[in-house]
Design a protein around this ligand. Sequence first.
Ligand SMILES: [Zn+2]
Length: 344
Amino acid sequence: MIIDCHGHFTTAPAQVAKFRTEQIAAFQRTGIAPPAAPPAVTDDEIRAGIDQNQLRIMRERGIDMTIFSTKAVAMDHHMGNEDTNVTWARFNNELIHRVCKLYPDHFVGVCQLPQARGVAPGARVIAELERCVNEFGFIGANLNPDPTGGHWSDPPLWDKKWWYPLYEKMVELDVPAMIHVSGSCNPHFNAVATHYINGDTTAFVQFMTSDIFKDFPTLKFIIPHGGGAAPYHWGRYRGIAQDMGLPPLEEKVLKNVFFDTCVYHQPGIDLLLRVLPTKNILFASETVGAVQGIDPLTNFYYDDTKRYIDASPSADTQQKQQMFARNALGVYPRLRAHPRCQNC
Ligand SMILES: [Zn+2]
């Protein structure tokens, strides 16, 4: 069994993105969310997006199941307001739910939260999380640590008033969140090349330097894209924690924080697998995602991360099996109820 914990519906039909463009244009004109309802999407249009893309690639690479969510760069929390973003998140989450219903053996849902710039994630964010988990059977959420799109002007993840109500609900529902920024409206930061990696690294350090996991001992986060800069700079973070008088990272962070394998070259995967404990690594490829080309050095797709793990001398077969499936069941407890995961 091989579970990819990080995939997005980047191949939704064109009317989905068009709806958002028109919704935001209307909001910018009027200052209020337009009343227009999202467009219809047929099952055939959903299948056309999935069959020849994510599902074909999963079959070619031997991936059994993907933990699936909306297109991350299009979550757009920095655009519009809470009203527009509730409509947008609900529409997108319903599409993910339909993908999961059409392909129950292959996709399990994770929800987009209707966060908005300058708005604490309150009742409406929590209501959408509850709807997705309780009604759709989703097993987690994507949490944007910077809904301002690269300006970082909202409070950090340890701000109790801002974030703790959402954490309380995550603990109650027993769902983890993947830290996942969206687009960047700061011209300094390319969205997927800089802003994503900044977001991952920033979240790691905020976890390391705060009491979030003292306050929520069972709360779990996944830091994607291989954990940003954290594994490469593990010595720096261990040293900073030590200088600050903090407990070792194993105690402070690694009971609650997990890292995916969206690192698109062999030496990067070898380092990740060598530096972090096996129990903290979850297989992922983020396909079809930010990097879609073929590496001329290997003649394989950059995002074919299973290939790097298979070839890595940094872990043995048993450790690799743990990263490919068993760790996901520990981090996403609701995944254990899935029929395909009974004997993982
Ligand atoms: Zn992603």
